[in-house]
Design a protein around this ligand. Structure first.
Ligand code: NAP
Length: 264
């Protein structure tokens, strides 16, 4: 019996087999959760259905573009019809127009790029929280999002995604404060760099990977399995006392002040 047995979880953000959402879905399935998935755009439908099939043979796969409130409402309605309620929502969605993630921040940022990045990467978490709230009552429910160090440190090329992730992390705290009295927990995982489709849009991403592996205490990059296992813990009743937190799954990179000389 897994530690998510009996939990019903909605997973957003599967775009490929390498998506962080896939690492989360596989850990959730292993721990006994029942899963529903969303996909953005018909081109991804088949791929998400394949992931769903291998995750406890999930049949609930629904379209969702988070910029559209009607689609968010439709997802919650379908989930309510099928399940009657929901225990876990995973928000693994981030987006900035490609040209925003090149060159220097002030050269790249525009009013429109800033607005789109914040809408899709930060507001959408609050939007999902608002919509899921009535379905989460009386269930020790949990919401979880994915963030990155660029929220709190300046990172080359991450540009407007830094302010967007800072807003997302503030969302975690405000949502946790709002929902705590209803027994609903809200947390974020700040993951180290992982090669996914979204990451490929950041110019110089390979340098981010190499520098994270070299400078981290564990001397490696993290995997979607590392993130998935932490997500499973955070959304389970094992983490019943944790809310409003950003948990770093980054091989320890964030704690380093300076690189230590090699021993021997
Ligand atoms: P990914 O596989 O490309 O997933 C990003 C997901 O966001 C995709 O499924 C994408 O769908 C979806 N998305 C974008 N715009 C959307 C919209 N309007 N409505 C619904 N979905 C939308 O990349 P990932 O790295 O796993 O990203 C998942 C989360 O982890 C993101 O928040 C990302 O910022 C965060 N994160 C990633 C890393 C990393 O290094 N990879 C590190 C820390 C945090 P489409 O493909 O159809 O656009």
């Amino acid at each position: 019996m897994g530690f998510l047995n009996g939990k019903k979880a909605l997973i957003t953000g599967v775009a490929s087999d390498r998506s962080i959402a896939v690492g989360i879905a596989e850990a959730f399935a292993r721990e006994g959760a029942e899963l529903a998935f969303t996909y953005q755009g018909d081109r991804l439908k088949g791929r998400v259905e394949d992931v769903a099939a291998r995750c406890n043979d999930s049949k609930l796969v629904l379209p969702l573009d988070v910029t559209d409130d009607a689609q968010i409402a439709n997802v919650m309605q379908e989930v309510e019809q099928q399940w009657g309620g929901i225990d876990i929502v995973i928000h693994a969605i981030g987006f900035a127009p490609r040209e925003q993630l090149q060159g220097r921040y002030l050269d790249a940022v525009t009013r429109e790029g800033f607005a789109i990045s914040h809408d899709i990467s930060a507001y959408s978490f609050a939007a999902l929280g608002k919509a899921a709230r009535p379905l989460m009552q009386g269930r020790n429910a949990a919401l979880l999002t994915l963030t990155y160090l660029g929220a709190v440190r300046a990172v080359p090329m991450y540009n407007v995604m830094g302010p967007a992730k800072a807003s997302l992390e503030a969302n975690v705290r405000f949502m946790a404060a709002d929902l705590g009295s209803e027994g609903i927990r809200v947390n974020g995982i700040s993951a180290g760099p992982i090669k996914t489709l979204a990451a490929a849009g950041i110019s110089g991403f390979r340098n981010m990977l190499a520098s994270a592996a070299t400078a981290s205490p564990l001397k490696r990059n993290v995997t979607i399995e590392d993130v998935g296992n932490t997500a499973a813990f955070l959304c389970s009743d094992l983490a019943a006392g944790i809310t409003g937190e950003i948990i770093y799954v980054d091989a320890g990179y964030r704690i380093m002040g300076m690189q230590f000389p090699e021993e021997g």
